[in-house]
Write a protein that binds this ligand. Structure first.
Ligand code: XMP
Length: 431
């Protein structure tokens, strides 16, 4: 590890991530650790130049005020005490500018840390570490084509080349062109050892006639693991499993003093007789850093800067029991919406946007004859954390253009509607 590190020690603050991000913005690497870090854990941290003791409203645990462990006090490193007592109604002791000034002074003047946190150094470090950890063993990775798994794949390919086997399961619920892009980028451009599994028919037949959203989700999730497992069993001598775990997954799963925000399950229920050691090279990166890493590794921007996409994919946007015809209508209308948003400069401004096809028809006229076809519902929302969301106020001209294209280009669709519902009361997805 080449890079200097500042440790943010969690002494009950709700602002650990904020402070860690502030320091990384100064070009210095940070990690958040628990207040009671042991001497051994402490020793394993490379290049620590200073510690921020980050106190706050959760400082009292089980009636006792917590303090940093002896390992921290014995380190002899510069310490900065920050205490954000917002629970007692007091405001932050510093303004944002003030806080950043304090941190800058501490990091550079007191700790003398070098601003050497950047993607080139991160990648070089990880490549070295991955080679050391993996040796000549094999690694398996489920490559969905999403941001995190794509960046992990690119990083592993750089580090260990064909010792990595990536498995891309096409469950038939991906957006238009997605599976093709995975094959193009990883197999053709990066020459990865990619197993492409066309499981479209298998998923469609498992889902046939299933209308309940929760059952659909469960079937898609379970079947995905089954297909991946089958592929894994065909390979021999695999000791490691690559995972796209990122830092918020770890931080949000709860530190010792924070309440659990949500638990993340990244290890999709692989059977117990298949024992892998996890390789999680992105686990210290925030989302924007993951994207920057992907770009630095040569992944296309549209793969790295894309909107969130749910695991069950278009399956939860083809409402009720999925049919081939309506699934195709979802995929084609989604492609049109994305194309038009891209042309209008909205693609990177709107958080998430997609189309939904319900399972009822309405009457219309086409070429002077009655037609009885499905509607398409447009959804475009903005949010910070997906817990609440507001709708995007799409320009009327653009809405009309999208409507015109969808009703003329997508087979079996004669109406387009725009969903104006914020979350709450609507969720972002329809199922
Ligand atoms: P809702 O519909 O709950 O969605 O307002 C919030 C965000 O989560 C995404 N989402 C999912 N992501 N697996 C995922 O990986 C899922 O089953 C799933 N369901 C919803 C949704 O797209 C939105 O960004």
């Amino acid at each position: 590890m080449q890079q200097d590190m500042i440790v943010v020690l969690d002494l009950g603050s709700e602002q650990n991530t904020l402070i860690a991000r502030d320091v990384r913005a100064l070009g210095v690497y940070t990690e958040i650790h628990n207040f009671d870090i042991s001497a051994d854990e402490w020793k394993a941290l490379p290049n620590v130049k200073g510690v921020i003791l980050n106190g706050g409203p959760n400082r009292v645990v089980d009636g006792k005020e917590i303090d940093a462990s002896a390992a921290v006090y014995n380190s002899g490193l510069p310490l900065l005490y920050m205490d954000h007592k917002d629970k007692r109604g007091e405001t932050w002791p510093e303004t944002e500018t003030g806080r950043k000034k304090i941190l800058k002074k501490f990091v550079f003047d007191v700790c003398k840390a070098a601003p050497n946190w950047n993607m080139e150094n991160f990648i070089a470090d990880q490549v070295e570490q991955l080679r050391k950890t993996i040796g000549n063993k094999k690694v398996l990775l489920a490559l969905s084509g999403g941001v995190d798994s794509s960046v992990v794949a690119a990083l592993l390919i750089k580090a260990i080349g064909n010792q990595l086997t990536s498995v891309h399961v096409n469950h038939g619920l991906l957006r238009k062109g997605e599976a093709e892009q995975v094959v193009e980028v990883f197999q053709k451009q990066m020459h990865a050892n990619l197993v492409y599994v066309d499981a479209q028919e298998r998923f469609l037949s498992k889902l046939a006639g299933v209308a309940d959203p929760e059952r659909k989700r469960k079937i898609i999730g379970a079947e995905f693991i089954r297909v991946f497992e089958e592929e894994a069993r065909k390979l021999s001598g695999v000791e490691f499993l690559g995972q796209g775990t990122i830092y918020p997954d770890i931080v949000e799963s709860g530190t010792k003093t924070a309440k659990i925000v949500k638990s993340h399950h990244n290890v999709g229920g692989l059977p117990e007789d298949m024992q892998f050691t996890l390789v999680e090279p992105l686990k210290m990166l925030f989302k924007d850093e993951v994207r920057a890493c992907g770009v630095a590794l040569g992944l296309p921007e549209n793969m790295v800067y894309r909107q969130p996409f749910p695991g069950p994919g278009l399956g939860v946007r083809c409402l009720g029991a999925i049919t081939r015809e309506r699934l195709e209508a979802v995929r084609e209308s989604d492609a049109i919406l994305r194309e038009e948003f891209d042309k209008a400069g909205l693609a990177s401004k709107v958080w998430q946007y997609f189309t939904v096809v319900p399972d009822f028809k309405s009457v219309g006229v086409r070429d002077n004859a009655r037609c009885f076809e499905f509607p398409v519902i447009l959804r475009a929302v903005n949010t910070v954390d997906a817990m609440t969301a507001t709708i995007e106020e799409i320009d009327f001209k653009l809405l009309k253009k999208i409507t015109d294209r969808i009703t003329h280009e997508v087979k079996g669709v004669n109406r387009v509607l725009y969903d104006l519902t914020p979350k709450p009361v609507g969720t972002i997805e329809w199922e």
